[in-house]
Design a protein around this ligand. Sequence first.
Ligand code: ZN
Length: 234
Amino acid sequence: MDYGEADRIFTLLTRHHGKVGAIAKGIRRSTRSLAATLELFSTVDVQLARGRDLDVVVQAVRLPGPRLVADLERTAHAAVIAELADRVTEERHPLEGVFELTVRGLEEVAREPEPRRATVYFMMAALDLLGYAPELARCVACHRPLPEAPAAFSPPAGGLVCADCAPPGVPLLPIQALKVLRVVASGSIELYRRLRLEPPLLAEVEGALEAQLEYHLDRRLKSLRILRQMRSCE
Ligand SMILES: [Zn+2]
């Protein structure tokens, strides 16, 4: 966020201190490369001076990692990951695993030819980390093991609902989508990378995970709304 004549305020996700607000003074006038170092979604080693409200950036060094801002689609996906990290982390209060998961998610968005796949994986990992992983083995209504058949997905109930228990008219996820959800939930990125995911299948999986996230975060994610608008324009 630009501030005053030449300053810029950053929200940094740190490994040990949660979210930290920091101001980089004169960054928009400076000829130093600080602005390029503190690029959105980049990983940096930063030295801060304690301030009253905001810390002050003294020095920053960019660490090796992907550059995402040049690519509109990847930027939109990186924004989902950043917004999620922002929403679940408190100021100066680390949440175990969020920093590592976010860095990995951003790297995956950069390297994955289809960034949507990376976001799907990240959303499931974030749900798991927050304790909101959906139930995918048993029906959340009758608690019987799910048969090899389409099932409904219910965020309020916390997972899959078998066709017998699903209210009439509720759309059912195809078996393929259930399989993909289970692979993602298993956390095996290698297995997940090998799956063939046609856009309609990816959309089913995406829809379920987005609904689960938005249900638990209690508020829609701005970045997901932008992603949906981009998809509907395609
Ligand atoms: Zn059931």
